[in-house]
Design a protein around this ligand. Structure first.
Ligand SMILES: Nc1ncnc2c1ncn2[C@@H]1O[C@H](COP(=O)(O)OP(=O)(O)O)[C@@H](O)[C@H]1O
Ligand SMILES: [Mg+2]
Length: 296
């Protein structure tokens, strides 16, 4: 008997997509990789019944679950449409992982940080605004800040600013690109932070990231090191996962002055760096969880 058909929203070359595909196949599932730009909806069939992936024979209603590995940026129209297709699929009973609510909560750094803060998780002081004056006020107040893209990832586009003149240039440039201001106090650290990986509400693994740079992302040259997280870090990661409703989640924790802060939660987390420092097969653990949840 054929195993369940699992869709992966991703690109055929995505490294984690390939690893997950292999792991799912090894566990007896069938897998269809679907590029997010190929989703086509026919109405009035509506919902999952009317959704196909252009060029693929698969109809989304034939899937047992759809795992989201790639949600590209784009125009407001593209981004809204793609999320709404996922909403309709979910409303029609398709298991989407992470679920659309979780994706929405984690894709926007403002929304994530706000939700975490509301539940009392420690986050850096952050100002989000469209006002140059408000952003400048935060720069003056905190002295050293990091300015981040709200939709950013892998450290790309994050700048550290220590003086008002540079801040002025950066803020005005962002204004010209119609970007929001996401200004955060710089938390002093020695080029070290931590990535915790949660699967199905349980700690999967963790790494220490070390860099000669203040940005520790692996993509920015950070090195992964084995790390056994203390209970306090695990609690933060598990609390973040629970309150964001995540099937799996990457949580960045920075320790500054002896106190841990949650920097961000990633709902489409990579694990290539983490895989180099843990002994178990992360893709297989994720595949096992996906298939277990899909069979409920
Ligand atoms: N407020 C901060 N103070 C000091 N370092 C920071 C701060 N915010 C981010 N960093 C550094 O920059 C990295 C990337 O920031 P993060 O918020 O995780 O965005 P991204 O989505 O790009 O990974 C972090 O892993 C950390 O090393
Ligand atoms: Mg990060």
């Amino acid at each position: 008997m054929a195993g369940p058909l699992i869709g992966i929203l991703g690109t055929a070359k995505g490294e984690q997509t390939l690893l997950l595909q292999r792991a799912l196949l090894a566990r007896g599932a069938e897998v269809q990789v679907i590029h997010p730009k190929k989703l086509t909806c026919r109405l009035p069939e509506g919902g999952a019944a009317g959704v196909t992936a252009t060029g693929e024979t698969v109809r989304l209603r034939d899937l047992r679950a759809l795992v989201i590995r790639y949600l590209p940026g784009g125009s407001l129209e593209q981004v809204t449409y793609r999320l709404n297709v996922l909403h309709r699929l979910e409303q029609d009973g398709l298991l989407v992982m992470n679920g659309v609510d979780t994706l929405e909560r984690t894709v926007d750094k403002y929304y994530t940080t706000s939700l975490l803060a509301a539940e009392g998780l420690p986050v850096p002081r952050t100002l989000v605004s469209e006002s140059y004056d408000e952003a400048m006020r935060a720069v003056h107040e905190w002295g050293s800040v990091v300015i981040k893209p709200v939709f950013g990832s892998q450290g790309q586009g994050i700048v550290r600013v220590d003086d008002p003149d540079t801040a002025h240039r950066v803020l005005r440039a962002l204004e010209m690109g119609h970007y929001l201001y996401y200004v955060q106090e710089y938390l002093p650290h020695e080029g070290v932070d931590y990535r915790l990986f949660v699967i199905g509400g349980r700690m999967s693994g963790a790494m220490r990231r070390r860099s000669s740079n203040w940005r520790t992302n692996i993509a920015c040259g950070g090195q992964a090191e084995p790390f056994q997280p203390p209970d306090s870090f695990c609690r933060l990661a598990l609390d973040a996962s629970a309150l964001l409703g995540a099937d799996y989640l990457g949580v960045d924790i920075l320790s500054s002055d002896g106190k841990p802060y949650v920097l961000e939660a990633n709902g489409i987390p990579g694990w290539l760096g983490l895989q180099t420092v843990v002994k178990y097969d992360i893709a297989d653990e994720l595949a096992a969880f996906i298939l277990e949840k899909a069979s409920r």
